[in-house]
Design a binder for this molecule. Structure first.
Ligand code: MF3
Ligand code: CO
Ligand code: CO
Length: 252
């Protein structure tokens, strides 16, 4: 990761937009296909097959040794769920599918949390709130003069009254040339976190990770799977967003 914020020019934004468009189409396909009875391996396969079919790449595969194209995280798994033939989706589950896609060298990153069949009202409310927090954060990012902390404040300000836990140990990030670029984009405000101004040409992944209970997380012995410390469910939504002269534009 390069330790400066890399601004993207018009052509590069156009290429990231095209990468993000393809990722959006992948989610359209997944919307149709994801269902109870599938394993998280099957979900990953739908995504990876789509990526290969479109001559794109899956930069997560092999990233720091990560073994799959996507992260598929069920219920109390917050992020980085490793696709497995043993994890079978069933009615009432929530599953976040986090996909990073490389098209012609340009990277986009997006996550949707799916509800399988009928989920409990509590879980549905958590999912709707997490999605709403993402869109409020994007809106905040698009305001003239906005800084990275305005994104954090938008998520925190909306989520706090629900009493949910905002994950602190992971955050959004710059994206476009690589999976993870500067700046870090936290979902809570702290003076300890960097707070650069959002400038035209920046491309960032905004990704609130919201837990029904505690914000605390644990990592399993596989070195990847991140779960809530209290076993309660978690939701995750993510878009790749470009800062343009017209505000924040969703690429995915
Ligand atoms: N897509 C993830 C993100 O939003 C990155 C996953 S890295 C992996 O930042 F190696 F776990 F796939
Ligand atoms: Co992601
Ligand atoms: Co991301």
């Amino acid at each position: 990761m390069v330790d400066v914020i890399q601004l993207k020019n018009r052509h590069e934004i156009e290429m990231i937009r095209s990468s993000g468009q393809l990722l959006h189409e992948l989610f359209d396909e997944l919307d149709e296909k994801i269902s109870s009875g599938m394993s998280t391996y099957d979900v990953d396969k739908v995504c990876h097959d789509f990526i290969k079919r479109h001559h794109a790449g899956a930069p997560c595969l092999g990233y720091c040794g990560y073994p799959a194209a996507t992260c598929v995280s069920v219920n109390d798994t917050v992020i980085h769920g490793i696709p497995s033939k043993k994890i079978i989706l069933k009615d009432g589950d929530i599953v976040s599918v986090d996909i990073t896609l490389d098209k012609d060298g340009y990277v986009s990153d997006s996550t949707h949390t799916y509800e399988i069949g009928k989920v409990s009202d509590d879980v549905h409310k958590l999912n709707v709130a997490t999605n709403k927090a993402l869109y409020l954060a994007i809106e905040a990012a698009g305001k003239p003069g906005a800084r990275v902390h305005d994104i954090a404040a938008a998520v925190e300000g909306y989520i706090k009254p629900f009493g949910y836990g905002i994950v602190r140990d992971y955050c959004g990030h710059g994206v476009g040339f690589e999976i993870h670029e500067d700046p870090l984009v936290y979902n809570y405000v702290s003076l300890r976190n960097p707070n650069p101004k959002l400038r035209e040409g920046m491309v960032i992944a905004i990704e609130p990770m919201i837990n029904m209970g505690t914000y605390k997380i644990i990592t399993l012995d596989d070195g990847w799977t991140v779960k809530t410390a209290d076993g309660k469910p978690a939701c995750h939504w993510e878009h790749t967003v470009a800062i343009t002269e017209n505000g924040a534009e969703i690429m995915t």
